[in-house]
Design a protein. Structure first.
Length: 748
């Protein structure tokens, strides 16, 4: 294959003809007591944020309203009927992937919508006996004039923007534009085309969970949460400055190199949006620093704003190159290798020239890892990483190996040899320097003098692939899980550390940035933590965390998504930790999706090798799931049913031809060459497995029986013994913590 196909996804295959639930079936009711964040984007550069009933959130209220390219046009809107303003606080609210409805006891119903690629809000008012008025609000939003029944207002910012507001029947439109003429033109278009705009958006959103992205499960919480995660992730995939992925809302409505390529696999690869993934990769490549005299030569930006590029990140560039390799594996699009190899070469050669030491480690400034919070007074790092952090070395190793593959594909043998030698030296030195016989986990960093800092942080989860001893990895995984992983997510520092902060926002005790990477839970790290447990056969603990996050998607925080942080520990008298940080964070959403598709569902394409690995790892009482996964120019339909210790799996190839490698615990991998229409049926119970390879007419191609391998079973039993009794980290008494004692003593 030389290019990425753009053909339409097929309808759900015959193995799962269940209805692809429409948007209306996914409504989530929100009470006034919950008062949850609600957000929609226009897929270009605008988003509308509000709370369901009252805009009073401690961190987010200042971002409420309609925001375009990081400038807030208006902060809210008021609905008035018969001279009386309707109070959202007493409305019954339901949020859907494409709209929010509020219904008042009087029977009046408000429906809010956005449209793709247009700076327009539609507010439909039904059940009112008199004509309603919808008015944009905000400091500096003033009525300027009225033209043909359309009211023109000034905008909050920038000064040159204007707002047009009016109605067509019971549908009210608020339009933001750079001139009165432009605003009126869009308003007039809305009067005649809004139905078509609405249908186009609904059709596109429905396609996210139908056809080639179909998923249905007997576990309704799982099904609803995963569908909602796809919708709220879709909000963040935009075209603000080229194609990109917002890091998070409300204040990270910009592209971050680090966040974009952490998010890309879960946002666009496991969900089959290969064309958009390609566009994000090629768009970001255009921002790479290609001045050989710059110390940032070969780096992609840390931040891409409409008016700014900033290159102060080390991990963004390795993640860009690794994401490029992942894209080729999923899509089979080999044409992009030659297209972007100049950027791959610059990324590696720039690092070798400016940012590597004699041991092959990738060096960096203290604030150039994801733990980047600094003290404002002197810019000292709140979370010291020195210049050789463990996650950076793992990413650098992955970047080098990706580069080796690309160089070999282009027959640049000497380049491939040189980069491979650097990767090998790095791996050898890493295992020597980041482990200790006295510790059962990895060092977080090397200090400037080479001393290993064994502060317990989650970054080691990303570095386990550099450790050759699986027993050491198992011990480290258990230690990190029990010290860092709470039922609500992965903390950034162990509570045993004297600098551990139990709460993110505790202004009476310390600045929030002091806690940001020193205890605060980061939901994006859940993905790698769950992955490591599943890889070691510890599915049940990982599944418990996964389901807790699905419950959060449906019941807590932003409707249908995951935010940035939570406190590590609940505040006194509270049952659960408070959500903090952005209300919707790309890498939190997408790592939940990636963990589901790659490690629980177990679909991992590698079209470089012409293979798709199918390695389902689901809990024993799971039930049933049906899905379609896009693979290159085709699809795989799957159906799993697990009950009473018996496992039944069925797959069908729809346009895919290649090798399917089926990996079940305890059994040798089963490799089958399939063509379009082929099916594989497999059942496993106890230590026996039976399989059938059928053609499109259900005629047998091959079949067989297999027994579990005793050596594999014993190896897993040894790992299981290492994890016997494993549990989540548990909150303690905050008053006993050094940082809290110091804060209390300072207040006396």
């Amino acid at each position: 294959m030389t290019g990425c196909s753009s053909k339409d996804a097929p309808p759900p295959g015959p193995m799962h003809e269940s209805e692809a639930a429409g948007l209306s079936s996914l409504g989530i009711e929100v009470s006034a007591a919950e008062n949850r964040p609600v957000s929609f984007s226009n897929k270009r550069s605008a988003y509308f944020y509000t709370q369901s009933h009252r805009n009073d959130h401690e961190e987010h209220a200042g971002f409420s309203g309609f925001n375009i390219a990081q400038r807030r046009a208006f902060s809210a809107y008021a609905v008035e009927v018969a001279g009386e303003q309707l109070d959202p606080a007493i409305a019954a609210v339901t949020v859907y992937p494409d709209r929010m409805t509020r219904e008042w006891p009087s029977g009046i119903r408000e429906t809010l919508r956005l449209f793709d690629n247009r700076d327009v809000l539609e507010v439909q008012i039904e059940g009112a006996d008199e004509t309603a008025t919808v008015t944009p609000l905000g400091e500096g939003v003033d009525l300027l004039e009225s033209i043909d029944g359309v009211r023109i207002y000034s905008a909050m910012e920038p000064a040159e923007r204007v707002i047009a507001a009016g109605h067509h029947g019971n549908r009210h439109y608020i339009v933001v534009a750079d001139s009165v003429e432009a605003a009126l033109a869009v308003f007039k278009a809305a009067e005649h085309q809004a139905d078509a705009w609405r249908e186009q958006r609904e059709e596109r959103l429905n396609s996210l969970v139908a056809g080639g992205r179909f998923l249905a499960a007997s576990d309704q919480q799982l099904q609803r949460a995963l569908r909602w995660l796809m919708f709220t992730t879709d909000q963040l995939v935009t075209r603000q400055r080229g194609d990109g992925i917002y890091a998070g809302l409300p204040w990270f409505n910009e592209y971050w190199g680090r966040d974009s390529f952490i998010a890309l696999p879960g946002a666009l690869l496991v969900t089959g949006e290969f064309e958009t993934a390609r566009a994000v990769l090629t768009s970001f490549a255009e921002f790479m620093e290609l001045d050989p005299d710059s110390k940032f030569y070969g780096r992609v930006p840390n931040i891409v704003r409409p008016d700014l590029l900033d290159y102060h990140t080390t991990d963004g560039t390795p993640r860009f190159v690794i994401a490029l390799l992942d894209y080729v594996r999923y899509s089979g699009d080999t044409s992009i290798i030659a297209e972007l190899f100049p950027e791959v070469r610059a990324s590696i050669e720039g690092a070798l020239a400016n940012w590597t030491d004699e041991d092959g480690y990738l060096t960096h400034e203290e604030n150039e890892t994801w733990m980047d919070a600094r003290r404002a007074s002197d810019l000292a790092a709140y979370s010291p990483r020195d210049n050789r952090a463990n996650d950076i070395q793992a990413l650098w190793h992955g970047q080098l190996l990706a580069g080796v593959h690309f160089a070999k594909a282009l027959e640049e043998k000497e380049t491939a040899r040189r980069w491979q030698a650097t990767a090998d030296r790095l791996a050898q030195n890493f295992e020597r320097d980041f482990t200790s016989p006295d510790r059962d986990y990895l060092a977080d960093r090397l200090e400037a003098d080479g001393t290993a800092d064994f502060r317990m942080r989650p970054n080691q989860f990303y570095a386990f692939d550099l450790i050759s001893d699986p027993v050491r990895v198992a011990h480290a995984t258990r230690a990190a899980w029990e010290q860092l992983v709470y039922p609500w997510g992965v903390a950034s520092l162990s509570a045993d550390d004297p600098f551990f902060h139990p709460y993110h926002l505790a202004w009476d005790d310390y600045h929030k940035d002091q806690a940001y990477h020193n205890g605060t839970v980061w939901l994006w790290n859940n993905g790698i933590a769950m992955q490591r447990m599943v890889e070691l056969g510890q599915v049940d603990p990982a599944w418990e965390l996964f389901q807790n996050m699905n419950r959060m998607v449906l019941e807590d925080g932003v409707v249908g998504g995951l935010g940035e942080n939570t406190d590590a520990w609940p505040h006194p008298g509270e049952d659960s930790p408070r959500l903090t940080g952005t209300y919707l964070q790309a890498w939190s959403n997408t790592e939940q999706l990636r963990a589901w598709y790659q490690y629980f569902l177990g679909v991992r394409p590698d079209l470089i090798e012409g293979t798709v690995t199918l390695a389902p790892r689901l809990p024993g009482a799971f039930g049933m799931v049906s899905y379609t996964a896009r693979v290159g120019e085709g699809w795989l339909d799957g159906e799993y049913e697990i009950a009473d210790g018996s496992h039944s799996f069925r797959w069908r190839s729809d346009g895919f031809a290649g090798r399917v490698s089926i990996d079940l615990p305890g059994f040798e991998s089963l490799a089958l060459d399939v063509i379009d229409g082929d099916r594989v049926h497999l059942s496993a119970s106890g230590n026996r497995m039976q399989w059938h390879h059928l053609d499109d007419g259900l005629r047998g191609r091959a079949s067989g029986m297999a027994a579990a391998e005793p050596a594999m079973l014993e190896q897993q039993a040894r790992i299981d013994r290492l994890f016997e009794g494993v549990g989540f980290a548990e909150p303690g008494d905050a008053d006993t913590l050094p940082v809290m004692r110091q804060a209390n003593e300072g207040s006396r």
